[in-house]
Each structure stands twice: as C-alpha cells, then as structure tokens.
Design a protein around this ligand. Structure first.
Ligand code: SF4
Ligand code: SF4
Length: 303
C-alpha cells in the first residue's frame, strides 16, 4: 500500500478541538479554496518549497539539478514543477537552506508512536489527536481505517477535521471510531462554492447529512470571509440549512486571515487575495448573534 504523505505533526494544538491536541496534517485535498492557509497540503504528492528571502541567487541548484528543472528568471531560480522529480538533490547543495521538500510518509505504527508521545497532555487536558489536512477523509481508507481502530483501542480521543469532499463510504466506515467531526461549511450555493473552491457542494452536504443521521457528534466550522460568505444572505442560508437538517453540537465561526499567503510564493503559485477581505470584530459578533438567536447553543468565534 502506498502510504499517504504527512506535512506536519503539530503538538500542543489548542484550536483543533477540545483540550491539548496533536494535529496530523495529511497531504492532498480535492478542493482548492482560494483562501487556503496550507496550499502545500493540496497536492497528494510531495512538493518543493523555495524561500526567496533565504536565497542568495548563487545558482548552485540550477547547476546541480539532474533533471534540468530549475532556471533563472531574473536573478532568482524558478522550479518547473512539471519537470521536477523531487529527487531532493538540490536540497543538499543549497547552503542557505532555501529549498525544502514537504511531505513525509509514516507507517501506522510510526504515526502511532508520534501520537503516543503526547498522551500525558491528552489525559490532563481532555484533548487527543486531530486528523486534518489537506483532507484526511480522502486518504487511502486502507490506511485510515486501521489507524482509527488503533487510536480507538488505545483510548485516544479522535477528531476529524474535514472539508467533507471525500467518498461517502470512507465517512461511513470511519464514523464508529471518531469522537468528533470538525466539519467545514463554506457556502450553500453550489455555483459560488465551485467558484471559490473548485468543486460544487453536493457531496459535502450529502456526507454531512449522512453522518448527522448516523449520530455523529459534529462541530460545524465556517470560515467567514468578506467577499465570499460574510453577507446576510449567505449566512442565513447556512443557518436555515443546519437548523433543518443537521444535529449540530457546536458552531465555530473562523474569521478569515491571510497568514498563509507567503506559502503561495514558496510553491510558485499565485494568490488571489484581492477577492478576499477580513471580517471586522463587530461583524463576527453580529454573526454569532444570528446563530444564537436561531437556537444554536454553543457558538464560538475562533477554533
Ligand atoms: S542553491 Fe539555494 S541559494 Fe543558491 S540559487 Fe539555489 S535556492 Fe538560491
Ligand atoms: S528536487 Fe531534484 S528534480 Fe526537483 S528541482 Fe531539486 S534537484 Fe531538480
């Protein structure tokens, strides 16, 4: 079995569910949200990252690349991602550490070992592990299911942080081993959803409804973005949908921030931030009130 790639194992995380958690970021996602904070998590394969601020422009990487994947544009080396074979040769020759590869494979046992290291914190704080991404639910189910079973057996609380764009069978299979789903809802209009994420919302909403009907504990997470979904109509559509269809435990309203924008440059990608705006604190409070007055008992601003 091809093991999935993991970008990062983040310890002492306090924004990915209750208590202190270890968050495992899997690589690969079927959506490409234009506001994504982790663009390096979208591709299922490894990626070469390049830090312009560390680069002296010496050209060593261009000389050494066995696949001729790097060329100068002005004074800076640019990697052609269609040619790069991710052989990692250039990493060893860059004296400034301006080049890196994201994505590492862990066997289930290796990952369990990493997760087990923080067990004491989980027990003291009521935390656990959060499997995130990228999109964890779109990873190979032959890896994910045994991992979830092991976590359950070892008594570690499991959150799944998902955008919902993943096979329904994977949700069905995983559900008995998951304590809480942190489930993103971005927009109820499928065309708008597609414009900003690359995909319509039909599969996402049908998976959400399915796990709700199956009795899952669900925290809804809404990235609130001026220019996308912070307007009255978009929010009231989401409220109506959730009220009528989903058994919601908690709502997290996550104000948009653009701290991930520098990563787009590192990956050689463009960032369309002119379409996106940060909602002000007053607007976030208004939205929280809109949810509470509609009967949602636990509504938080932030993770
Ligand atoms: S070897 Fe490193 S410092 Fe030199 S040009 Fe390449 S990325 Fe920049
Ligand atoms: S990882 Fe290998 S193929 Fe890709 S740019 Fe570096 S040396 Fe070239």
């Amino acid at each position: 079995m091809e093991l999935p790639y993991i970008i990062n194992i983040q310890r002492y995380s306090i924004h990915d569910g209750d208590g202190i958690r270890t968050t495992v970021f899997f690589k690969g996602c079927g959506l490409s949200c234009i506001w994504c904070h982790n663009p390096e998590s979208q591709n299922y394969d490894r990626d070469v990252m390049y830090s312009r601020e560390k680069c002296s422009g010496c050209g060593k990487c261009i000389e050494i690349c066995p696949h001729k994947a790097i060329h100068f544009e002005g004074e800076l080396p640019v990697t052609d991602r269609n040619i790069c074979e991710k052989c990692e040769t250039c990493l060893d020759f860059c004296l400034n550490n301006a080049r890196d590869i994201v994505g590492k494979q862990y066997s289930i046992n290796e990952l369990m070992k990493e997760i087990e290291k923080d067990r004491m914190f989980y027990e003291q704080s009521g935390g656990g592990v959060t499997l995130s991404g990228g999109e964890v639910m779109s990873q190979n189910i032959d890896y994910l299911l045994p991992l979830l079973k092991k976590l359950k057996k070892s008594g570690i609380n499991v959150n799944i942080d998902t955008c919902g764009f993943a096979p329904s069978e994977s949700f069905r299979a995983a559900l008995p081993y998951v304590d809480t789903f942190l489930y993103d809802v971005k927009h109820l209009d499928s065309d708008v959803h597609k414009r900003f994420t690359g995909q319509g919302n039909e599969l996402i909403l049908s998976n959400l409804r399915m796990i709700s009907d199956m009795g899952a504990k669900i925290n809804i997470r809404i990235p609130v973005i001026e220019g996308v979904n912070a307007d009255d109509k978009s929010i009231s559509d989401i409220i109506e949908y959730l009220k009528n269809n989903i058994n919601v435990f908690r709502v997290n309203l996550l104000p948009y921030h653009n701290t991930g924008s520098h990563k787009y440059e590192k990956l050689g990608l463009g960032y369309e931030d002119e379409l996106l705006n940060v909602p002000c604190d007053e607007r976030m409070e208004e939205l929280r009130n809109a949810f509470t007055t509609n009967g949602f008992p636990d509504v938080k601003i932030g993770g």
